[in-house]
Ligand binder design. Sequence first.
Ligand SMILES: [Zn+2]
Length: 174
Amino acid sequence: MLDDELYRGAYGIGAEFGHMRAVPEGHLCGCGIRGCFEQYASGNALLRHAREAIHASPDIAKNLLARGDGTIEGLTGRQVTAAAQDGDTVAIAAFNTTGQWLGALCASLVAALDPEAIVIGGGVIDAGDILLTPTRDSMNRLIPFTGKRPAPVIVPATLGNDAGLVGVADLARR
Ligand SMILES: [Zn+2]
């Protein structure tokens, strides 16, 4: 939102921050580009980080693996979130990695836009501070010109994962 108006860009597809590039020649994204933040700092990315941890250390991660059907592919984001809420260290580490990437994206947005607040939606935000604490820590560490401005608040979207749906309905009503 810029000056209380939804910013949509010249052609209506602006503010796709998740498709800014984080990693040169990184993971292929659905948008056709490699290395987008979305591949490192989203709900799907959380699952990827968890699966990589299980793959690297199956013994340490066996409790997390047991939350699903016992296969790495069968594990779901919801199960990783539930495990993290129960204190599973591998699941929490996956959230920390996701939060570090998300915080890096937020810090870049601070450099570009100097926002008062960053509102984060999507299903993964149901995890609350398990995701937001490492995100805030990472952003605060990476904001340029530290101390020259207050850091924006990072808050979960009030409508959670339904925000997109409600937005579309609202747009259609006008
Ligand atoms: Zn992309």
